[in-house]
Ligand binder design. Sequence first.
Ligand code: SAM
Length: 265
Amino acid sequence: MTQTVQTTAPTVDWGDWLQRWDAQQSLYLPDREERFQVMLDVLEVATPGPLLVLDIACGPGAISQRLLSRFPSAEVLALDTDPVLLAIGEGALGTLGGRVSWIKDDLTDPAWADRLADRLGGRLLDAVLSSTALHWVSPGVLAGVYRELGGLMRSGGVFLNADHIASAPHLETIRSVSSTMRERRRNLPPERAGAETWDGWWEAIRREPELAEVLAERDQRLSWRDRKWANAGLDFQAGALKDAGFREVDTIWQRFDNRILMAVR
Ligand SMILES: C[S@@+](CC[C@H](N)C(=O)[O-])C[C@H]1O[C@@H](n2cnc3c(N)ncnc32)[C@H](O)[C@@H]1O
């Protein structure tokens, strides 16, 4: 199931699609670039030296791109289940001099970690980074992913999960204020009205004839997705990371419920 992604449509303007992806993601996350920068700053301080990194649920590779530009000797494994986003990432960025491998795999399939371990051939990861992604799997699957990461990372390695992660359910006021602030920040300022949205971006992608094949594959791969669960909150994620063998877990950056959760293996 794991395979290197092949891109076959040289006339598609991959770089433009990647730029439009970044723009629409930033529409919902005004602090997106700051958050990426903090993640890389944390890596620089916490894990100096050459890095072997997993960009987990990478999409078209926002973390991989920024990380490899900041750390010239780093190597990244960029894993995602979406063949369209992987094709855009690989089409726009290539392998960045052989330093990024694009991997199609699905975190809901428990065998993903064995396949990754085979690919690593006995090497352990120095860091695992994720942005705006792990809420796409249920809390049960997420706990399993964290368990696997515990086995794939070296002692002292760093996990960073940048996402909206809510405070514990009994902190009702804090949760409610955070969610109101999040909604307020998502209200577009007039100068950005008309900017491309998530839905608009996907509608535009669907009009790209040369992507028909990967779009059909995407529809098949993601057809199971129903998202009936409540997203895993801070307490759940911290507990699951500790159970998985991470010795320290805390929020290292935060803006309301948008945070970077950091765990040290
Ligand atoms: C909003 S995108 C974020 C992508 C990228 N990290 C970024 O910040 O631009 C969420 C990503 O999670 C991926 N994803 C969701 N469920 C997944 C799963 N079960 N296995 C692997 N990737 C998954 C999606 O395909 C998508 O690329």
